[in-house]
Design a binder for this molecule. Structure first.
Ligand SMILES: Nc1ncnc2c1ncn2[C@@H]1O[C@H](COP(=O)(O)OP(=O)(O)OP(=O)(O)O)[C@@H](O)[C@H]1O
Length: 238
């Protein structure tokens, strides 16, 4: 379990996000503040359009907030150059989306090897690490399969292994099991939790699935422009 005295891996400080549309403006959220420490798995929940994806884009340094700032490992990012932000994103943050975005012409193993080689790891070392990650995800027998030869759940397991291949400190996931049936989603999610916990990563996972949200350490709720810490959610009645 997380230790609140640890330095936050990810901290939102008074984040405001406003989209300007012609003469009008759309305020998505205001004064959103929260922190995630290493090893913590946090759900991001809220109705459709509440701003979950927008907040993940800000956390992933893909978009800038209208005001406020975020800290990654204690470092403010707003004042950084674009190059520095890109470096922090590459070295520190892993992403998982609803769609797997695997490279179709490469095997599962290669899909997890390639990002490591881009980051400078030797192929042999990258392959050892990729097989380790795929094994934790329950895919040791599928490493040589291409994405089209894998089920939807298996494809998403590869995408999760890939996201953690370069040892990020933060994992951001946007509906990572949203394309899967409930049973498959639960299996993939449990594998994700196992891997994230073993790597000591801080994970922020947007989901509409309250059963999955209840498995996480706590939930941040976006509601009417506010980001609220709802603590650990109880399992919803089925
Ligand atoms: N580039 C943009 N310009 C204007 N409005 C935008 C832009 N991107 C997102 N929005 C609006 O911001 C709001 C939040 O969108 P966002 O995708 O973050 O919500 P969400 O909670 O992730 O929704 P869902 O659960 O449906 O994926 C929505 O009203 C959306 O229409």
């Amino acid at each position: 379990m997380s230790d609140p005295s640890m330095e936050a891996a990810l901290r939102f400080e008074n984040i405001v996000r406003i989209f300007r549309e012609g003469p009008g403006q759309l305020e998505i959220f205001r004064d959103a503040s929260a922190a995630l420490v290493p090893g913590e798995i946090v759900a991001l929940v809220g109705p459709s359009g509440a701003g979950k994806s927008s907040l993940l884009h800000i956390a992933g340094l893909l978009e800038s907030p209208t005001s406020g700032d975020i800290l990654i490992n204690g470092q403010y990012v707003a004042a950084m150059s674009d190059d520095e932000r890109t470096r922090i994103r590459r070295e520190t943050i892993g992403f998982v989306y609803q769609a797997h975005h695997l490279l179709p012409e490469f095997t599962a193993l290669e899909n997890v090897v390639i990002p490591q080689m881009i980051a400078g790891t030797k192929r042999k070392d990258a392959a050892v690490e990729a097989l380790r990650l795929l094994t934790v995800m329950g895919l040791e027998g599928r490493a040589d399969h291409r994405p089209a030869q894998l089920s939807g759940g298996e494809q998403q397991r590869v995408a999760i292994a890939r996201a953690l291949a370069n040892h990020p400190r933060i994992l951001l996931a946007d509906e990572p099991t949203g394309n899967l049936d409930p049973k498959t989603a639960a299996g993939v999610f449990d594998a994700l939790v196992t891997l994230v916990r073993s790597e000591g990563v801080a994970a922020l996972i947007a989901t509409h699935n309250l059963q999955l949200a209840a498995k996480m350490d706590r939930a941040l709720v976006l509601h009417e422009g506010r980001l609220l810490d709802a603590g650990k959610l109880g399992a919803p009645a089925v």
